[in-house]
Design a binder for this molecule. Structure first.
Ligand SMILES: [Zn+2]
Length: 152
């Protein structure tokens, strides 16, 4: 009985492993599409793009200076800027998760911007405000319109 059934469905049964293989390949392919190699992307930034990024950072810093009116003697050149090779900067605080577009590392006076936001003006200006000494996200941020919820 079973043998007969097997003989009858031989062709279909042979196709199943092939379908499974195709499915695994598709899942692998799609998964890789969703996880770009950010380290490579950061390394592949051309000198021309880096120039644009530096220019944008400078403008963002100057905007932070002028909108806040903060004058503490910190200049653009005092800050170290880095592009973070990931979609976002991931933080874990206890059981809380935070995904940030940018992060100011006070200890090292460094601004980290996640790769997709490298040319996003408000993120660069937002972190510049932190670098100018603004702690938390109070009225200075609101007045400068540099909060995430104020962005279109
Ligand atoms: Zn912030």
């Amino acid at each position: 009985m079973f043998k007969e059934w097997l003989n009858e469905h031989k062709k279909i049964l042979m196709v199943i492993p092939l379908l499974i293989f195709v499915l695994i390949f598709l899942v692998y392919y799609v998964t890789n599409l969703e996880a770009p190699d950010y380290i490579k992307m950061v390394n592949d930034i051309t000198p021309q793009e880096m120039e644009q990024i530096t220019e944008l950072r400078r403008e963002a810093f100057n905007y932070a200076l002028s909108c806040s009116g903060i004058d503490v003697g910190i200049t653009f050149e005092d800050i170290r800027w880095f592009i973070y090779p990931d979609r976002e900067i991931h933080f874990e605080e206890g059981s809380n998760y935070l995904d940030l577009a940018g992060w100011y590392d006070r200890e090292n006076n460094a601004i980290w911007i996640a790769y997709p936001y490298r040319k996003t003006r408000w993120v660069n200006a937002h972190e510049s405000l932190h670098a100018l000494g603004v702690v938390g996200h109070g009225s200075v941020f609101t007045n400068c319109r540099l909060l995430a919820e104020q962005q279109p």
